[in-house]
Design a binder for this molecule. Structure first.
Ligand code: FAD
Ligand code: NAI
Length: 469
């Protein structure tokens, strides 16, 4: 396409928001370019997020199973960790998947423009090289901002990616820490803390709140914390880190109780800072079109439209959960709206999964949210200890909890804790998207013996007729 022909859509950022937008635009026959400055497509998710973290979670889980559990089922082995190889297989998966996005771009005629994208007025995106020189100017009928997010900092705790790391550094440590302090009991802290604990680190998690994983149903969070503690993770809740001093071989943290009281020092050979992520808007040229991010840096949108006609924002840079599948849903809806189709995202049904052992997965409302809204609800619960497949696999930890409207029986929330529940939550996403009643799931035939039977038994429990517990 010649430089003077405008693109229908120019996207800034090639993560789950940007690359899915580019693919969908190509499918719908729109002329589309995606500006991405990283050497690979896929954004945080594929390069330094979802994918490498899950590669390390999978490998470290197998290592721990071989180390601790195989003998009990009659397999005697003595595994030896080859960390270099484990990191290599992670990198190979990342490369394969980022190359896969390049293939999908070619397949759908989406152009990857390499460089830093900067808005230079309505309908205009400049592409800069590493030295900051403009190498190309793209005319665009629509601009989609999909610049994503980065780890939040903490005053007094300077990330050097050597001793004090963020999630990116924690995915590539060249040795197993003897001790690791994780700041923040959120999803990143618990997933990556689990990886290094399984490989041999003594892990302490320091959390500001008096609970872990805010946003998760409180009963599930308590069970989750107990399980992680049993595995050896130490928790310091209601505590804040006020300073960190790193030497060549260790870090000393100053930790104070949030409620007040004496500070203490904790020393560890590595520290992972994981207290949330913040949107990236610096250098995007928002001032050239008069877009002002909110106080926390997010770009406000209404149905993915910013305040400026023709400029859209999706994914982590705008409000809502910072999740790859939320970014993907917004990408599809935004592009379909641009193409004149009825784009839609159901923000009430965006599932969450924590990929630890046990996994935690949920969708819809928590009990706390229902109580706060004054909604009358019924609960159905089923423990995996009563599920035959979980039992024979010696993976009987956790439960399924279903919340349904007390009058209509409509499913309002599904909360699962147990091995592999991340693969099971989709059933409730579909059911709830179709506004199913708990009885609909209770009367749907599920295969035996599978863990999915627990989903049915819990749904039966909403009306008090759980049969197998
Ligand atoms: P990003 O993925 O951050 O992509 C934005 C892209 O834009 C980046 O590649 C960046 O280089 C590029 N960019 C920014 N500015 C410019 C510019 N001016 N010009 C050109 N390019 C630019 N989510 C899940 O759903 N499941 C998980 O299991 C999960 N695990 C995670 C694990 C970790 C360790 C982390 C850190 C995150 C994880 N997430 C997970 C969150 C997920 O990665 C993000 O929600 C998702 O990547 C957001 O997609 P995005 O496209 O909005 O932004
Ligand atoms: P988070 O928001 O999940 O958790 C941050 C935790 O840090 C919270 O518990 C918070 O109370 C605590 N905290 C904040 N300030 C603190 C302080 N000063 N001292 C101690 N604790 C403090 O953020 P996290 O874990 O960094 O993850 C960022 C985002 O990445 C999440 O929003 C999540 O959506 C996404 N993500 C998703 C994954 C998944 O879906 N499996 C995996 C990893 C990340």
């Amino acid at each position: 396409m010649s430089e003077s022909t405008p693109f229908d859509v120019v996207i800034i950022g090639g993560g789950p928001a940007g690359y899915n937008a580019a693919i969908r635009a190509g499918q719908l026959g729109l002329a589309v370019a995606c500006v991405e400055m990283r050497g690979t497509l896929g954004g945080t998710c594929l390069n330094v997020g979802c994918i490498p973290s899950k590669a390390m979670l999978h490998a470290s889980e197998l290592y721990e199973l071989a180390n601790k559990d195989f003998a009990s089922i009659g397999i005697d082995v003595k595994p030896k960790l080859n960390l270099e190889k484990m990191l290599e297989q992670k990198a190979e998966s990342v490369t394969a998947l980022t190359k896969g996005i390049e293939f999908l771009f070619r397949k759908n005629k989406a152009e990857w423009v390499k460089g830093f994208g900067r808005i230079a007025g309505v309908g205009k995106v400049e592409v800069l090289d590493e030295a900051g020189a403009v190498i190309r100017t793209l005319e665009a009928k629509n601009i989609v901002i999909a610049s994503g997010s980065e780890p939040s900092g903490l005053p007094g705790v300077e990330v050097d990616q050597k001793r004090i790391v963020d999630s990116t550094g924690a995915l590539s440590l060249s040795e197993v820490p003897k001790s690791l302090v994780v700041i923040g009991a959120g999803i990143i802290g618990l997933e990556l803390g689990s990886v290094w604990r399984r490989l041999g680190a003594q892990v302490t998690v320091v959390e500001f709140l008096d609970r872990i994983t805010p946003g998760m149903d409180a009963e599930v969070a308590r069970t989750f914390q107990r399980s992680l503690a049993k595995q050896g993770v130490e928790f310091k809740l209601g505590s804040k880190v006020t300073g960190a001093k790193a030497s060549k071989s260790e870090v000393t943290l100053t930790v104070e109780p949030v409620a007040g009281g004496a500070a203490e020092e904790i020393t560890a050979d590595y520290v992972l800072l994981a207290i949330g992520r913040r949107p990236i808007t610096a250098g995007l040229g928002l001032e050239s079109v008069g877009i002002v991010p909110d106080k926390r840096g997010f770009i406000d949108t209404d149905h993915w439209k910013t305040a400026v006609p023709g400029i859209w924002a999706i994914g982590d840079v705008t409000h809502g959960p910072m999740l790859a599948h939320k970014a993907e849903d917004e990408a599809v809806a935004c592009i379909e709206t641009i193409a004149g189709l009825p784009g839609h995202v159901n923000y009430d049904l965006i599932p969450s999964v924590v990929y630890t052992y046990p996994e935690v997965a949920w969708v819809g409302k928590t009990e706390e949210e229902l109580k706060e809204a004054g909604r009358a609800y019924k609960v159905g619960k089923f423990p995996f200890s009563a599920n035959s497949r979980a039992k024979v696999n010696h993976e009987a930890e956790g439960f399924v909890k279903i919340l349904a409207d007390a009058t209509t029986d409509e499913i309002l929330g599904a909360h699962l804790i147990g091995p592999q529940v991340g693969e099971m939550i989709g059933e409730y996403c579909v059911a709830m998207e179709f506004k199913a009643a708990a009885e609909d799931v209770a009367r749907t035939c599920h295969p035996h013996p599978t863990r999915s039977e627990a989903l049915r038994q819990a749904a039966m429990g909403v009306d008090g007729w759980t049969m197998q517990a």
